[in-house]
Design a protein around this ligand. Structure first.
Ligand SMILES: [Fe+2]
Ligand SMILES: [Fe+2]
Length: 354
């Protein structure tokens, strides 16, 4: 599959994310000089959940096992793998250990992103002891990669409200729990990011991995990063910026200024689209098609794979869904925003207000 995509899109300048097979994604960096091209794989949101003893939720295990197996079969082989966060369900040692045991089958260098389900039991202590820093950057073949922990929140919420880490984790694990709190990157990390990016040439492609979207889409479900604009401002000086994120378990896309946003599907389960999407001014087109609820008798429904062609900074995403028809979301140069090729209703203007 990668070979087909490589052949089809090799001429594009920019970044290409190529799907292989569900439920992982491969991402191909495409340069004018094809010798520089490379691929990496992206696996996210496995939510490994401990029941008791040696029992874990089998379906979540299976999603991750399949992703690992198919990553190892990829041709060409990815240069590395990104794990996009929410490896665990309730951040238990047993869940992180079991998830890492399943991921240990990967034959590739793997970089990890922190998810809220990995964090709020012990504030990332065990995750960090096993996987290293919660935010960092690295360079690979002319691209600057940044990994952020975007699921932090206000200190008052984190430290002052809960009788135990379990209680805090359970509240944050609820999709629409009114006692939750908005995610953020935070001032400490933004200061680090500013210093990190100061060393990078403005022509260098920058790819950022976060768990939550670095944009404000739907606060009630925390499809939201409170200081998104401040992070975006640090990325604005660069010519080509792409943000990849997990967390939302569904297809999303956006373009804000020079920054392309792409979500990646989960290996565990899909979320439906919220009824009212954008709560802040942005370039997200008004949602015209509600996503069907997943079929409970088909465990892989609404999970899937995708490849994304980002041509000159504009994204064209090609989705293959396990039990649904294919979809393509491409940047429309006429309207200046990404549009769903099949479903977009051009008569509805982009949603730009609350
Ligand atoms: Fe998740
Ligand atoms: Fe998440």
């Amino acid at each position: 599959m990668s070979n087909i995509n490589r052949r089809d899109f090799i001429k594009s300048a920019g970044i290409l994310m190529a799907g292989t097979a569900l439920p992982l994604s491969t991402i191909e960096m495409v340069f004018a000089d094809s010798q520089q091209n490379f691929t990496f794989a992206y696996i996210s949101d496995s939510h490994i959940q401990h029941i008791k003893g040696k029992q874990f939720v089998r379906n979540w295990d299976r999603g991750l096992m399949r992703a690992v197996a198919e990553t190892n079969l990829m041709d060409p082989k990815p240069d590395f793998v990104i794990y996009g966060g929410d490896l665990a369900q309730l951040a238990k040692k047993s869940e992180i250990d079991h998830g890492l045991e399943l991921l240990s089958g990967l034959r590739h260098k793997t970089y990890y992103v922190m998810g809220e389900h990995d964090y709020y039991l012990d504030l990332g202590e065990y995750w960090e002891s096993q996987l290293g820093p919660q935010y960092y950057s690295f360079d690979h073949k002319g691209v600057h990669f940044v990994v952020l922990n975007s699921i932090l929140t206000y200190d008052d919420w984190t430290y002052n409200r809960w009788s135990s880490g379990e209680e805090r984790m359970n509240v944050m694990a609820g999709l629409d729990n009114p006692n939750g709190s908005p995610f953020m990157v935070g001032e400490k990390q933004r200061t680090w990011l500013k210093a990190d990016l100061a060393k990078v040439d403005k022509d260098t492609p920058v790819v950022v991995f976060s768990h939550s979207p670095l944009q404000k889409l739907f606060k009630n479900w925390n499809f939201w990063t409170e200081d998104a604009e401040q992070v975006q401002a640090l990325l604005q000086p660069f010519k080509k910026v792409t943000v990849f994120y997990g967390h939302v378990h569904q297809i999303q896309y956006n373009q804000i200024g020079n920054i392309s946003f792409q979500s990646v599907m989960a290996t565990a389960w899909p979320w439906p689209y919220p009824k009212t999407y954008a709560q802040a001014p942005n370039y997200m087109p008004k949602l015209t098609v509600d996503m069907n609820r997943a079929d409970p008798f088909f465990e892989r429904d609404a999970t899937g794979w995708q490849f994304v062609d980002i041509h000159n900074g504009n994204a064209a995403m090609h989705y293959s869904l396990a039990n649904n028809s294919r979809r393509t979301v491409a940047f429309n140069t006429q309207t200046g925003r990404p549009e769903d090729m099949k479903y977009q209703d051009h008569r509805i203007p982009p949603q730009t207000h609350y």
